[in-house]
Design a protein around this ligand. Structure first.
Ligand code: G1P
Ligand code: ZN
Length: 546
């Protein structure tokens, strides 16, 4: 029924995978041979090709997901793959893919997602390749894929009927390749039951604790229904936007104060439940809210680290923690108190991979709504939500109380991120270059009693393999514990995005409940004058403040 075709093609020059794979507008992927070239390049980058290997494939349900899966199935078969595990209806979250690779010891996985970018025919699409340890392909692998994409002259595809993606449990064969349609949630939900105290959470929910979870019409909807409703007993009405849609209902599936506005409004209303959370397109990000309270991702990381033993899967096994450089130093205080190492890595989850593989850290996170642990090799949205539910079930206090108690013990790291999106690329590079040129003169400078103790461009040396990653962001660190960080985004698809991260610290009780933007106002002003951002970009204000 199926026949192998060798198709002649020519290279595209724009298939260099970034930190989160190849992310482009859907219209780019719709060009003839575009997807096929990239998939063949992934296969060609493997030792001996994909022949005889087992992969898992799934995506966040966005437009083009199903079509791409059919292409990948037929190409993997034509290239001689041994086994493909495919999420039912083409769905699998990024964390679930990471887990399935590890659990079944597969060679790797392909995730179809552009994460939190909008979807639909005019939105974005993406292909991400994860390797054997369950994590995103490291630079040496993505470089090889890119190289193959520049040399490609042919790809192989099986011609024949599409596979039924709905028939869960079904096993079919195309040529020599077994195609298994798997339940996208089951393996993942089982892992969560091993890590967290489901009985205690169920008990809390039964005793009247209320929650809402917003999947923003993306992939975590199916995970939330199975885990929060079916396994933990939350009522169906706790779920918001939990049916995945190809265009995410026209929204931007990013769990932050701007794009999850409806959830935020509900959590700050009179009818607010005890707990609220959301996740992004492919399920690796999370946002945590309490009644009338927003938990910053940096605080969430620190609080999880400080209360790690609430969760059975983590009792007595916190080896170390890690945060990305721009993430607030809240978790550093916890690590210091516990006497465990705290690593500072460049932005991007892949830098945690080596530390996790080497057993140096157990918990890690980023300010950009990413939190995770050594259970997989990706950040994990639903995991973070369950960690919070587990802590709350253990302590039986409101979210806001838990956070404020944490601040009283460790001090509060006020934190905000100001993003300048779609800035002219030349102007953005001028901002960074200007800062770089001024670093020398900033060292030991004093701004109204705030003395600069470090002014540099962050350079990371991986403690496991010794590799160096430099040029990771400008850091200006002051003697009083405050910091201003500047970096250019590596994930935007239009123009350049400048991110300015501003952090201040207090251990004074009377200063702990201030408004973040006002507490940081002086540093915010300084961050703008030091970078000459208005002069160089014409922007008076950031486009997003988190
Ligand atoms: C952003 C976040 C970063 C995260 C990445 C992928 O990257 O800032 O923390 O790892 O998305 O989710 P950026 O656009 O800043 O390069
Ligand atoms: Zn994501």
């Amino acid at each position: 029924m199926y026949e192998i075709k060798e198709i002649k093609t020519t290279p595209f020059d724009d298939q260099k995978p970034g930190t989160s794979g190849l992310r482009k507008p859907v219209t780019t992927f719709q060009q003839p041979h575009y997807l096929e070239n990239f998939i063949q390049s992934i296969f060609d980058s493997m030792d001996g090709g994909v022949k005889g290997k087992a992969l898992v494939v799934g995506g966040d349900g966005r437009f083009y997901n199903r079509r791409a899966i059919q292409v990948i199935i037929k190409m993997a078969a034509a290239n001689g793959a041994r086994l493909l595990k495919i999420g039912q209806n083409g769905l699998l979250s990024t964390p679930a893919v990471s887990h399935i690779i590890r659990k079944y010891r597969l060679y790797g996985g392909i995730i179809l997602s552009a994460s939190h970018n909008p979807g639909g025919p005019n939105g974005d699409f993406g292909v991400k390749y994860n390797i054997q340890n369950g994590g995103p392909a490291p630079e040496k692998v993505t470089a090889k894929i890119y190289q193959k994409s520049l040399e490609i002259r042919r790809y192989f595809i099986a011609k024949g009927p599409d596979i039924d993606l709905q028939a869960k449990g079904a096993e079919t064969k195309i040529l020599d390749t077994v195609i298994e349609i798997i339940d996208p949630v089951d393996d993942y939900a089982q892992l969560m039951e091993e890590l967290f105290d489901f009985d205690s959470i169920r008990d809390m929910i039964r005793s009247g604790f209320t929650m809402v979870y917003d999947a923003l019409h993306a992939v975590t909807g199916i995970y939330a229904r199975e885990i929060f409703v079916r396994r933990l007993g939350a009522p169906e009405k706790s779920l918001r936007n939990c049916d995945p849609l190809p265009d995410f209902g026209g929204g931007h599936p990013d769990p932050n104060l701007k794009y999850a506005a409806a959830l935020v409004r509900e959590m700050f209303s009179d009818k607010a439940p005890d707990f609220g959370a959301a996740s992004d397109g492919d399920g690796d990000r999370n946002m945590i809210l309490g009644r009338h309270f927003f938990v910053t991702p940096s605080d969430s990381l620190a609080i999880i680290a400080a209360n790690v033993s609430c969760a059975p899967g983590y009792r007595n096994r916190l080896r170390g923690v890690a945060r990305s450089m721009p993430t607030s130093r809240a978790v550093d205080h916890v690590a210091e108190d516990l006497g465990i190492p705290c690593f500072e890595t460049p932005t991007g989850w892949k830098f945690f991979g080596n530390l996790l593989d080497a057993g140096k850290i157990t918990i890690c996170g980023e300010e950009s709504f990413g939190t995770g642990s050594d259970h997989i090799r990706e950040k994990d949205g639903i995991w973070a939500v369950l960690f919070w539910l587990n802590m709350l079930a253990d302590k039986r206090i409101p979210v806001a109380r838990l956070v404020k108690k944490h601040w009283l013990k460790y001090g509060r790291n006020y934190y905000t991120r100001h993003d300048y999106e779609e800035v002219d690329s030349d102007a953005a590079h001028k901002v960074m270059k200007g800062l770089e040129d001024r670093l020398e003169s900033l060292r030991n400078a004093d701004f109204h009693g705030r003395k600069v103790v470090t002014a540099d461009n962050f350079c990371y040396q991986d403690p496991v393999d010794g590799s160096k990653s430099c040029n990771q962001g400008i850091r200006i660190i002051f003697g009083d514990g405050s910091r201003i960080i500047y970096r250019l985004s590596g994930t935007g698809t239009k123009g350049a995005t400048i991110r300015i991260y501003i952090e201040g610290y207090t251990s004074k009780k009377e200063l702990m409940e201030q408004d973040t933007q006002s507490f940081l106002s002086e540093l915010i002003r300084l961050s703008r004058t030091l970078s000459k951002i208005e002069e160089l970009t014409g922007r008076k204000e950031p486009s997003v403040i988190t």
